[in-house]
Design a protein around this ligand. Structure first.
Ligand code: FES
Length: 118
């Protein structure tokens, strides 16, 4: 029996490119690892790190572009309105495509527009 390991790529082999708005640094995020841990494993420090479990709100980011799955996020840190605008906790989301994010997003200035999908 011929076993071809390369044809059995697991989900953990899928990685997405995460870009930071207005920065040159990037990191890769495997599908099965949250964004915050993926950033830490690249030895970057662009997103605030705290509890790593959704309890402190330090890892707030805004997703400008890209898809993700998320675990439940406390309304203490992400309101419904903020979530609808792409605000999430990096320790609670999992990339499902290449993404563009803003750590600790500033108030959006008038005239600012969300980036469109390619
Ligand atoms: S690190 Fe505490 S909520 Fe994400």
């Amino acid at each position: 029996m011929n076993k071809n390991k390369t044809s059995n790529a697991s989900k953990s082999d899928v990685r997405y490119l995460i870009r930071i708005y207005d920065r040159t640094e990037t990191f890769q995020a495997p599908e099965n690892r949250n964004l915050l841990v993926s950033m830490e494993q690249t030895r970057l420090a662009m997103i605030g790190v705290g509890c790593r479990g959704g309890g402190c709100g330090k890892c707030r980011i805004r997703v400008l572009k890209g898809g993700y799955n998320s675990k439940r996020m406390s309304r203490a840190w992400i309101s419904e309105e903020e979530e609808a605008q792409g605000m999430v906790l990096a320790c609670r989301i999992f990339a499902r495509s290449d993404m563009l994010i803003v750590p600790y997003p500033p108030k959006l200035t008038p005239g600012y527009q969300m980036l469109s999908h390619d």
